[in-house]
Design a protein around this ligand. Sequence first.
Ligand code: NAD
Ligand code: UDP
Length: 314
Amino acid sequence: MSASKRVLVTGGAGFVGSHLCDRLLAEGHTVTVLDNLFTGSVSNVEHLKAHPRFSLLIRDVQEPFFMPVDWIFNLACPASPKHYQHDPVATVRTNVMGMIHMLELAKATGARIFQASTSEVYGDPLEHPQKETYWGNVDPTSRRACYDEGKRCAETLCFDYHREYGVDVRVIRIFNTYGPRMAPDDGRVVSNFILQALKGEDLTVYGDGSYTRSFQYVDDLVEGMMRMMQKEGFTGPVNIGNPGEFTIGELAKIVIEMTGSSSKIVHLPPVAHDPKQRQADITLAKQELAWEPTVPLRQGLEKTIAYFKHTLAV
Ligand code: NAD
Ligand code: UDP
């Protein structure tokens, strides 16, 4: 545990951000969330609103912002393809202008700044599994590029502010993460499949189901984030993900089995520019952070299924 910090969490009312806030408050820090509630929700942090060390600011990272702060976690950005493609120009502005505003804040205050980058910087990867040294395969004109290139540019800004102005940056590349408080309507595969199975609807597999992802439970991610923020002398980028690789077809079958659902699997047309395979190489995270995931897929799914069952019941 580190000394108490004044922490700004952009995107803190989102899925990952709200779990991070829980952890930061539990460790004695003072937490301010800055969020425009585009994909996040007040309900994700409702249980924290009365906490004496918690505050929520409804603001947009596209606007400059100042407050005295020791740590900045920059998570503000819609993460699901459905939401980041809804207003692609806003996605680029959030990634680029938001990053500049937060880096300026770090430069002005001397705060350490953490960027939630993504495995999407590897695009549709030609190297497998993906190591941090791989530069990626992104089509800059595709519908995913607002997110992929936005996040790539945000990384560039972190390393330029680090080299030019000595800003203390920490960059992680997050692989597909799931868990309670995922937005039910954001179209990501784990929440879609669980909700479809619980409602007895067909599970929608895009394409033939052979594409792969490695799925990480949110508690493992938060542990990796905390270790990275507290590590001295290591900027990253570092992959934080679960190396267990599953096809989307396998995931659909596991969800049907674990929910005891009578749902069937249907195959819909494949999505353009959908990365075919993705698996985290976490050698660097193990070396530098002594971190590796501890929650196997079925254990994490059990908790996530219980969460969505509860949300459907209320
Ligand atoms: P999320 O959509 O649940 O959370 C994003 C949060 O950012 C939301 O609360 C949203 O309202 C807020 N936000 C969006 N645009 C904003 C803006 N312009 N100003 C202020 N707030 C804004 O997504 P998440 O899954 O919690 O992802 C959190 C971060 O982690 C994102 O930066 C995402 O790119 C990154 N990430 C997530 C995953 C994953 O699998 N969950 C994978 C890779 C990277
Ligand atoms: N996917 C799917 N059915 C769905 C939602 C997603 O087959 O209902 C697929 C999607 O095409 C991709 C994978 O699942 O191959 C992961 O999609 P998600 O949107 O969760 O994450 P990302 O594409 O950002 O990795």
